[in-house]
Design a protein around this ligand. Structure first.
Ligand SMILES: Nc1ncnc2c1ncn2[C@@H]1O[C@H](COP(=O)(O)OP(=O)(O)O)[C@@H](O)[C@H]1O
Ligand SMILES: [Mg+2]
Length: 254
């Protein structure tokens, strides 16, 4: 791990023209770190990602980021139905690195195929993207981000809608990418999952906490993050209400 963070924010505020919807964001993420981005719906997770991508101009603060960021956007199922192959989707990752007049060529197709191999789906290259399981689609989208050859990947709720085997596969994949030295920001609703990662960033319209999981994932911080949405169970364990756990809708094979 080097001293300088690959991705950092200092006093960041961002919004959509009116008052900022997210403020006071200060964190740094280094090579090899998975950073869980936790927060309630509407807490500002996607807004943070859009600011980091340069889609929203910060109204305050500063950003440090590499020239290229890989992105796995929040899933909108309606947009996943167009008849393209898994390889086509991975190939889209090459577009951002090509001059506008060039179409992807043989070398680009090879990179896209290699990225599909990295996510364990090279045998599905010619399958229609929309026919794949939710977990397979997420991994194809990770492949598309890998093709961009970016040191930092932003993944916006990639686990939503996945069944348990698909969650495990994606976990292994993301763990492997971190082990290779990539930095991953991963918006998730699974607090237990975040415990196993390197850093946690809690957002609720502003930054509530940032740090190592053991320091951040306290009852106090989780209550400040999720407010009234938090549910208490006997045994002192904090869990999120059922609607946050959308796993289990994806029963076809991982
Ligand atoms: N395009 C937009 N224009 C105006 N307000 C938006 C837009 N997108 C999100 N917001 C508002 O910003 C706040 C944070 O939303 P968002 O970043 O999507 O939260 P999260 O991803 O954590 O669910 C919400 O109040 C939301 O209504
Ligand atoms: Mg969001």
């Amino acid at each position: 791990m080097s001293d300088a963070p690959l991705l950092a924010a200092d006093g960041l505020a961002a919004g959509y023209g009116g008052p900022p919807v997210l403020r006071d964001v200060s964190f740094g993420a280094h090579a090899g770190q998975r950073v869980a981005v936790l927060g309630p719906n509407g807490g500002g997770k996607t807004t943070l990602f859009r600011a980091l991508l340069g889609e929203l101009r910060p109204s305050a603060g500063t950003l440090t980021r590499p020239p290229r960021l890989g992105v796995v956007p929040q899933t909108e199922r309606s947009r996943l139905d167009f008849p393209v192959s898994a390889l086509d989707v991975a190939l889209m990752g090459t577009l951002s690195t090509l001059p506008w007049w060039r179409r992807p060529g043989r070398a680009d197709r090879q990179r896209a195929r290699a990225a599909l191999a990295d996510v364990g789906l090279v045998d599905r290259a010619d399958h229609t993207f929309g026919d794949l399981s939710g977990g397979q689609r997420q991994r194809v989208l990770v492949a598309r981000a890998l093709v961009q050859d970016a040191p930092v990947l932003l993944l916006d709720e990639p686990y939503v809608g996945l069944d348990t085997p698909s969650v495990a596969l994606l976990d292994d994949l993301l763990g492997g990418l971190a082990a290779q030295g990539r930095t991953l920001l991963i918006a998730t609703h699974d607090v237990d999952q975040a415990r196993g990662w390197e850093r946690v960033l809690c957002l609720n319209r502003r930054q509530i906490a940032f740090g190592a999981p053991a320091d951040v994932l306290t009852r106090e911080t989780l209550e400040a993050t999720y407010g009234a949405e938090i549910v208490e169970l006997p045994g002192e364990r904090c869990v999120l209400p059922a609607h946050h756990h959308e796993h289990g809708h994806d029963h076809d094979a991982a």
